[in-house]
Design a protein around this ligand. Structure first.
Ligand SMILES: [Zn+2]
Length: 437
């Protein structure tokens, strides 16, 4: 019997679960969306870096997801994502993952051989000149020089993606997994014109890419709001969506190819734009959220009080003491102001309420502290080192933690992005009143 090709549904959400204890709580957020008539497919993602820091194995992600799907009777598709893998790290993900985020950022800018560039240019005369994209007034005007420069910069990376793709294909068979190509962890954003040229190269390479993660302009820091020009982001994303639709037609890429937005958690100020673009164009979307579930675990522990609160404070103190070591691997995606970090002694005196309102991401709330949030975001290594002591408290406080995890994923992410309901995430209307009291 022919194997059925795996396809991602139109809307999907990537969720991280560092300690593999919240899959059910996350899935509940997708069930809430289904109750509102929208299928949002969950994708549990975990990078090799995360596995290494925690000391976990890709199979643990699959087992946690399977257990959640079974317990809650989820009938729609779901996936496990080998997030940001390379040819060096992919092997141990082959058995347990069916979604592969092929990260080629390190190869961007490595010059491709001149012969490859010439072949690409000869093959793609259609990329030069005026290209009219459906639904966009101004055409792309692309010079031969732009095509050459873009090929020079990205062709080696795309070839590398092809190499990793074929490695996975050999193990899992064509159609047996979702291939994503990610280019977000690099220093410069790709323009929509570059995206179109990259997609032509990806098609040449024979990768049936289903999601593509470009780097957008602006800052996508971990677990905090977008920093950048929102109208510019909106223009860029609109053109990216149009470029993708054009590439699907022109190069025979999978019809459901869609954008994947990485570090997508908590980008509240661009969610209305993302939702509006999906509404106007009918485009799908993969929203990949980062490790904010772990922060909800801390919020739940703090809310529980007693030993939970004490442990949450201890984690803060340890994270503060090892700030530089913890921040190192994430230097490009966090902006902590050390002057805004309270001392460990001060935090030791906090109530549950003080801890949760410093950490919980409510823009405009006076107590919210984005430096504390980012420090704790990268501080999961501290909890990983605690081992059973941390996990036992997670289990003892499951109900309060699960409530926070589900609410965060549904109210702050799924509802504004996919359903266009934003009121749950902002206290901007309430904040001035709270301050004037
Ligand atoms: Zn990424």
């Amino acid at each position: 019997m022919a194997r059925q090709n795996k396809t991602l549904s139109k809307y999907s959400v990537g969720t991280g679960d560092r300690f593999a204890h919240q899959a059910k709580a996350q899935l509940r957020a997708c069930i809430q969306a289904l109750d509102h008539g929208l299928e949002i497919v969950p994708v549990w993602n975990k990078s090799n870096r995360e596995h290494t820091i925690i000391g976990s194995d890709p199979a643990s992600v699959l087992h946690a997801a399977e257990a959640a799907v079974k317990a809650l009777g989820w009938k729609s598709p779901w996936f496990c994502d080998a997030d940001h893998i390379t040819s060096e790290t992919v092997d141990r993900f082959l058995d347990s993952c069916d979604f592969f985020t092929i990260d080629v950022a390190d190869f961007i800018g490595q010059p491709a051989p001149a012969v490859d560039i010439d072949i690409f240019l000869r093959r793609h005369p259609e990329l030069t000149g005026n290209i009219h994209l459906a639904g966009v007034k101004e055409p792309f005007t692309i010079t031969a020089e732009t095509v050459r420069r873009t090929a020079h910069k990205f062709l080696a990376a795309v070839k590398k993606a092809g190499e990793v793709y074929r490695k996975v294909e050999n193990a899992k068979g064509a159609g047996g997994f979702i291939p994503e190509v990610s280019m977000d962890e690099t220093d410069r954003a790709q323009s929509p014109v570059e995206l179109l040229i990259i997609l032509a190269a990806i098609a040449d390479e024979g990768i049936p890419v289903q999601t593509i993660a470009p780097k957008f302009s602006g800052r996508f820091n971990k677990g905090v709001d977008y920093v950048g020009n929102v109208p510019q982001f909106e223009r860029e994303m609109t053109l990216d969506v149009a470029a993708i639709a054009h590439a699907v037609q022109e190069y025979g890429l999978p019809a459901d190819l869609k954008l994947s937005i990485h570090s997508g958690s908590d980008k509240f100020s661009i969610y209305p734009a993302i939702h509006a673009i999906m509404q106007h164009t009918g485009a799908g979307m993969h929203l990949k959220t980062a490790g904010t579930t772990w922060l909800e675990e801390l919020i739940g522990l703090a809310e529980a009080g007693g030993k939970g609160l004490a442990l949450a404070k201890e984690i803060y103190a340890e994270a503060l003491a090892h700030r530089e070591e913890l921040c190192g691997p994430y230097a490009n995606v966090i902006d902590i102001d050390p002057a805004k970090l309270p001392s460990a002694a001060e935090v030791r005196g906090w109530t549950s309420e003080q801890y949760t309102s410093a950490l919980r991401h409510v823009e405009g709330a006076p107590e919210y502290n984005s430096s504390v949030r980012q420090l704790l975001h990268v501080g999961f290594k501290v909890a990983a080192r605690m081992g059973r002591r941390y996990l036992d408290l997670l289990e003892a406080n499951e109900a309060v933690i699960a409530r926070n995890v589900t609410e965060n994923l549904y109210n702050r992410h799924i509802a504004p992005v996919f359903l266009g309901v934003s009121d749950a995430i902002s206290m901007k209307q309430n904040a001035p009143a709270a301050q004037s009291r």
